[in-house]
Design a protein around this ligand. Structure first.
Ligand code: IMP
Ligand code: MG
Length: 174
């Protein structure tokens, strides 16, 4: 089966929006340092671009999680495959994600990270599919709200491919 990628958000649209979020975060955190926590692998492209646009001091950390079981409609309970290198205690944390879909993974993860005593914790996602929400998650910074379509690019994969696309696209099978 051949696959085609239909562009949903161009490289320019994505870059412009990331710049805007970076400026907003820089204003909101004026005089403070932000600690960006990236959820691998999807959040990595977004976090790097975002970090470059933030003008207050930034530190970065990464974690990797996997869902229990193979069911795609997981409970959201995740196993930490790679934990953060540094404690979150008293830090102004922003969790950076590629997409919020059902919200299951993130609500579990935010609960888990919240127990580590950050000074504050916010959530920043490049994409949000509000129609798909099952668990309520408070998103503080959103790049784009998108319709319920499966998207790739800018860190998002389809079977581990297309993460490197510099835009957001929809996989079409024909
Ligand atoms: P949820 O919010 O717990 O349902 O899970 C979100 C995770 O599912 C994201 O972090 C992505 O890894 C993955 N995901 C959800 N929607 C898409 C999509 O449209 N394309 C690629 N991955 C997706
Ligand atoms: Mg993800």
């Amino acid at each position: 089966m051949a696959e085609r990628i239909r562009v949903m958000l161009t490289e320019e649209e994505v870059d412009t929006r990331i710049k805007e979020i970076g400026e907003q975060i820089s204003r909101d955190y004026a005089g403070r340092q932000v600690h960006l926590v990236c959820v691998l692998k999807g959040g990595s492209f977004f976090m790097c671009e975002l970090a470059k646009r933030i003008t207050v001091p930034v530190s970065l950390d990464f974690m990797s999680v996997s869902s229990y079981g193979s069911n795609t409609k997981s409970s959201g309970v995740v196993k930490i495959v790679k934990d953060l290198d540094e404690p979150l205690k008293d830090k102004d944390v922003i969790v950076v994600e590629d997409i919020v879909d059902s919200g299951r993974t993130l609500s579990y993860l935010l609960e888990l990270l919240g127990q580590r005593g950050p000074g504050s914790m916010k959530l920043c996602t490049l994409l949000d599919k509000p129609e798909r929400r099952v668990v309520d998650v408070k998103v503080d910074y959103t790049g784009f709200e998108i319709p319920d379509e499966f998207v790739v690019g800018y860190g998002l994969d389809y079977d581990q491919r297309y993460r490197n696309l510099p835009y957001i696209g929809v996989v079409e099978l024909d």
